[in-house]
Design a protein. Structure first.
Length: 364
């Protein structure tokens, strides 16, 4: 592909993604709505809308007849024109969801995984779970792909799980490649917490600023949304929030360091003291805010959700009580509205975003 062709392809995909983003955040829209929201010219918007209608991604939804001026055609997204399946691969369970083009979860199922499961056992569980979803619904022909939100560390760029914490059989496993061969579908692999923060960004749209999703589920991780995109780091291994040290002479962590947030938190949780565990997490969150100056912190994870009110209160209190944070340094702290589905749903949204979201500049 020549540079000129690449430029045109990038621009066309970029403009299409801008229109699709409007369609996801409003029930109906007109050409003028898109022009105002995106800054594109009316002519460019008309061309994009025509392509999206031809592809079945949007459709006309009537005509608005103003008291003055010409009637305006009204459009809407066609949510069931495309789907993706998202998987949350945890240490104990596999959660699968079916998500449409608007980001709505239509199906959610969770099944246990064997203790210290192997890649082969995971692939078998994925295949049987996906078959169950697609056999019972008429979506196979509209399925864009499968997203995997996986325990790290992993190499997102190359689709390789490096050394999943707590799983002995996952050293340098090319999961994306072998999953695509086994499932016969395109596969997107990412860290679980990065998938989770993507879900939050998709649901909030343009109002979502710099943010972190803090997940407490067996371990503790952090997914980051910075500058309007998921932040993965130089080696795509950002998010090891639980392995920041909060107690220099603390207990030995599985990562080999002493006093990590994760081990200090887990000891309190294992002792049946959720208030203490929540306080430990809150200290870590305040440290994070001092480092990154975030607008949003979203709390998630199966272990946290069992005591969601306790964790939310502890983090809010710590953030608001921190004497170093001036009144104008505000941070919104919430529990994910997607509940236990947030990682799997985010993994599915990442698949849809690859095809219908803003193209990465690296591809330009």
């Amino acid at each position: 592909m020549t540079r000129t062709t690449a430029d045109v392809t990038f621009l066309r995909g970029y403009n299409q993604a801008l229109v699709m983003a409007v369609g996801r955040t409003v029930r109906t829209f007109e050409r003028a709505t898109v022009v105002t929201a995106t800054g594109l010219t009316p002519q460019a918007v008309s061309k994009v809308i025509a392509r999206l209608i031809a592809d079945g991604l949007i459709r006309t939804a009537g005509v608005r007849r103003p008291t003055i001026g010409k009637p305006a055609v009204v459009y809407e997204l066609v949510p069931d024109s495309r789907y993706a399946i998202g998987a949350h691969v945890a240490r104990r369970t596999l959660r699968l969801v079916l998500v449409d083009l608007a980001g709505t979860v239509h199906h959610s199922a969770v099944r246990p995984l064997p203790a210290d499961f192997t890649p082969e056992q995971l692939l078998h569980a994925l295949k049987s779970g996906i078959d169950a979803i697609t056999d019972s619904t008429d979506v196979r022909g509209r399925l864009t792909g499968v997203g995997l939100g996986m325990i790290g560390p992993l190499d997102h760029e190359h689709g390789v799980v490096r050394d999943a914490h707590g799983l002995r059989h996952w050293h340098d496993v090319p999961l994306k490649e072998i999953a695509e061969a086994h499932l016969g579908l395109p596969v997107h692999l990412d860290k679980d917490v990065t998938a989770g923060i993507t879900a939050e960004a998709w649901r909030h749209g343009g109002t979502f600023g710099d943010a972190a999703l803090i997940m407490v589920e067996s371990g503790i991780g952090g997914g980051f949304w910075l500058g309007g995109t998921a932040h993965r780091g130089s080696h795509t291994n950002a998010g090891e929030f639980g392995h920041t040290v909060v107690q220099l002479d603390g207990p030995l962590c599985v990562c080999g360091r002493h006093g990590c947030l994760e081990i200090v938190h887990n000891q309190a949780a294992d002792a049946g003291d959720p208030a203490r565990a929540a306080h430990v997490l809150a200290v870590g969150v305040v440290n994070l805010l001092q480092t990154l100056d975030l607008a949003h912190v979203v709390l998630a994870g199966a272990d946290l959700l069992r005591h969601a009110d306790v964790y939310l209160a502890a983090v809010e209190k710590a953030v608001h009580a921190d004497a170093r944070r001036a009144e104008w340094l505000t941070t919104d702290v919430t529990v994910s509205s997607l509940g236990a589905d947030v990682i799997a749903a985010g993994a599915a949204m990442q698949v849809l975003d690859e095809h219908y979201g803003i193209p990465a500049l690296a591809q330009h």
